[in-house]
Design a binder for this molecule. Structure first.
Ligand code: FE2
Length: 246
């Protein structure tokens, strides 16, 4: 089984299409760690694809906010503006679908999926200190998470917590051997708004048969996504950050 792991698409159709082209023929099932909408200018298309293809998915905080299920107290001005704009684009059926998205964690036989952490769907866990307490909530050997928009993760090995490395700026892939005796918290990175200083779209493929995780980065024409954002009248900062991956 080869699973396509996507997170934080954030209504960026151009990045999503680039990822799907890159992954074409290399996956059997799709997993989505939430934040399908918000920030970007193609929420309808992002929902359409996810609704059709994601075999396992959880909601993100932006999905909740757009669905009216989350107070926007923690959202900055640009994020709030994008929530209000997104709501205006969605049909009643899309809104109902967003409202009905499950909170993480979602479980399957050999993995679990969360947006933030297994303990709190809206929490960030990037550093070892933030990740370490999560261990008791890991009920499968592999847990996929999004939210931080930072590709990578951690493994709990006998010697302690070891970080997983992502592709360097000149590489398109980093392959990790998954040891069945270790626990893994894996963030595929953000398809539509990377924040790990690499503006390329991020995703992962989990090849269960060979116990391999492929972290991938894909160049795409972010100027197209920027144009859609500006044309929609969304805040300029949401377009600008796509060029820098910050
Ligand atoms: Fe996000």
């Amino acid at each position: 089984m080869r699973r396509l792991i996507l997170s934080d698409i954030h209504a960026n159709l151009d990045a999503l299409e680039a990822v799907l082209n890159d992954a074409a023929g290399n996956w059997d099932e799709a997993v989505c760690c939430g934040d399908i909408v918000g920030y970007g200018a193609s929420p309808v298309e992002a929902i359409e694809w996810t609704r059709r293809y994601a075999d396992c998915l959880v909601r993100g905080n932006h999905d909740k906010a757009c669905a009216g299920l989350l107070e926007m107290g923690d959202f900055n001005q640009a994020a709030r503006a994008s929530v209000l704009w997104t709501r205006a684009q969605l049909s009643a059926a899309d809104m109902d679908w967003l409202k009905g998205l499950p909170a993480g964690p979602a479980f399957r036989a050999d993995y679990q999926v969360v947006h933030g952490t297994p303990a709190d769907e809206d929490e960030y866990a990037i550093t070892a200190a933030e990740v370490e307490p999560i261990e008791s909530h890991l009920l499968r050997t592999v847990c996929f998470a999004g939210h931080s928009h930072v590709q990578g993760g951690w493994s709990w090995q006998r010697g302690g917590l070891i970080p997983l490395s992502r592709p360097g700026f000149s590489e398109s892939e980093r392959v990790i051997d998954l040891d069945p005796d270790y626990l893994y918290l894996i963030n595929p990175g953000s398809v539509g708004q990377p924040r790990d200083r690499d503006p390329r779209a991020a995703y992962a493929i989990w090849d269960t048969e060979n116990r391999l995780l492929h972290f991938r980065r894909v160049r795409y024409d972010f100027r197209l996504a920027q144009g859609r954002i500006l044309e929609a009248g969304l805040p300029e900062i949401l377009a600008e950050r796509l060029a820098t991956g910050r």
